[in-house]
Design a protein. Structure first.
Length: 70
């Protein structure tokens, strides 16, 4: 019985752990790529885009408060 538990543990460490690590690396790379894309898009916004977005936000919230970014 102890031998079976040991074999299962070894199997998990050899097969499952590298797959989990690979998946984590894939998720990290995807998040980094997404973050870079968002940053690139935000840099491409013009001043008029920022004003339009702020007006839409103010209209949606009905608060009349302009966010600090605007």
């Amino acid at each position: 019985m102890q031998c079976q538990k040991f074999l299962v543990l070894i199997t998990v460490l050899i097969i499952v752990e590298p797959i989990a690590a690979l998946r984590a690396d894939i998720v990290k790379e995807w998040a980094r790529t997404l973050g870079d894309e968002i940053w690139r898009l935000s840099e491409s916004l013009t001043k008029s885009d920022h004003i339009r977005i702020c007006k839409e936000k103010r209209w949606k919230t009905n608060s009349g408060i302009v966010p600090e970014v605007c």
